[in-house]
Design a protein around this ligand. Structure first.
Ligand code: ZN
Length: 428
């Protein structure tokens, strides 16, 4: 009997969340039986994806709903499956979560944003999105996008409501169901002790405090966000960016201005002056520019020498396409071959291959490459390897990685396209 490795089984356990998404767009709401069948399809997909990612679906952590978690504005009541998932995350029972519909979830922007915030706070690893949601920069970008989506959806529905109720509610805002820090729901009144915190955050930021220092300090003082969560770096950043704190209205993501260019003030009381808010935006921009200037310019593509397109038998080369790191078949640049547009998202592909490499390293008892930990230390060791060493591990285990045509819609990561051919090592 091989020695059992306690911990490794539990470490790979993952929760799953899904709902029945109908594959055909023309299909109507459908019967309960249709929805049940569609949910079964999603669950089967989830188990397949989990196997590919080297995850074991935790039988007691499969969360489902009969519809997606909530609309984009978050004003609807959360669905029961989603509620119990979030409760389990907060109890730290869920450490890894597979979302086979992660991309669709983005459309339910409030739910998605809340999940990303929780993931940061509770160190939850997320799987199923074509991009690496566990990369802090990617996460921040997706979070900002979700906030924008939610904001414009909220503004659109608030506009519709205002039109209907103009007579009754002249000049009054009808905010969505979410309460904003510093204000009561609907932005009708200040909550003075929170407004005081908002003023303090602006003042300290303008005095030079970092977002991180502010988040750490608020949490140390046990000041919770409007949702009752701990503050994150991006949460403090979004507070500083929100025009509402200067009493400014936002419509479709831009600040509302009068025809002469001046601000149109909202009907809720501001927390800070427009001048302080503008100064904070300028400082945010300056810091972002400084960060961008220090960022390393080029991304590494460790799989380039191994990938082949099964159609053209050519290498697939890494580059940024439409803003996304991508491996693409090189015959697109050749004149003789028929144009081949085969490509695959780099983040998900690399994560997939890395999981296989880590599993292989974990199975080793003697070192295979200098400085590359094996056995139980493999996963932690992997996180500390340079891109060059990771590429060496890939070349050690795999002779070639063959990418076939995508059978699903372009935006969905389809691991069945990937065939890993092992490198044969002389034995004995
Ligand atoms: Zn090709």
């Amino acid at each position: 009997m091989p020695p059992s490795t306690p911990g490794s089984d539990t470490a790979r356990r993952a929760a799953v969340y899904c709902w029945p998404s109908s594959p055909s767009r023309s299909a109507g709401p459908g019967t309960a039986r249709d929805r049940r069948a569609a949910l079964d399809v999603q669950l089967a997909l989830a188990y397949e994806q989990a196997a590919v990612l080297g995850l074991a679906v935790a039988g007691d952590q499969v969360f489902t709903d009969s519809r997606p978690p909530a609309g984009p504005t978050g004003s609807e009541r959360a669905t029961p499956g989603w509620r119990s998932l979030l409760a389990s995350v907060r109890r730290r029972e869920v450490r890894r979560l597979l979302l086979p519909q992660a991309e669709q979830l983005e459309r339910h922007a409030c739910a998605f944003a809340e999940l990303l915030e929780l993931a940061t706070e509770y160190d939850l690893r997320l799987y199923g999105h074509p991009r690496d949601v566990n990369d802090p920069e990617v996460r921040e970008e997706l979070l900002e996008r979700a906030e924008r989506t939610a904001r414009s959806a909220r503004e659109a529905s608030a506009r519709a409501r205002r039109a209907h109720r103009r007579a009754a509610a002249e000049g009054r805002t009808h905010g969505g169901g979410l309460r904003r820090f510093g204000y009561t729901t609907g932005m009708t009144a200040l909550i003075e002790e929170e407004a005081e915190v908002v003023r303090e955050v602006f003042a300290r930021f303008l005095a030079g405090d970092s977002l991180r220092a502010l988040a750490v300090d608020l949490n140390a003082r046990q000041i919770a966000t409007a949702y009752g969560n701990r503050w994150t770096v991006s949460g403090v950043g979004r507070l500083l960016e929100a025009p509402r704190y200067a009493g400014l209205r936002v419509l479709d993501g831009t600040i509302v201005r009068a025809p002469d260019g001046s601000y149109v003030t909202a009907d809720w009381p501001p927390c800070v002056s427009v001048a302080d808010w503008e100064a904070a935006q300028q400082l945010r921009d300056e810091r972002a520019r400084a960060r961008a200037a220090n960022r390393r310019p080029r991304r590494e593509y460790p799989l380039t020498s191994l990938l082949r397109c099964t159609r053209c038998e050519r290498h697939m080369v890494g580059s940024t396409i439409g803003g996304y790191p991508t491996y693409a078949c090189t015959s697109s640049s050749s004149l003789d071959a028929e144009h081949c547009s085969r490509h695959i998202a780099a983040e998900s592909l690399e994560a997939h291959v890395a999981e296989r490499a880590i599993a292989l390293l974990e199975a080793q008892s003697v070192p295979v490459l200098d400085g590359v930990p094996v056995g139980p230390a493999a996963r932690f060791g992997w996180s500390r390897l340079s891109p060059g060493r990771r590429a060496a591990v890939f070349r050690h285990f795999f002779a070639s990685i063959r990418i076939s045509a995508s059978s699903t819609s372009r935006s969905v990561f389809d691991p069945s396209r990937i065939e890993l051919l092992p490198r044969r090592h002389p034995t004995g």
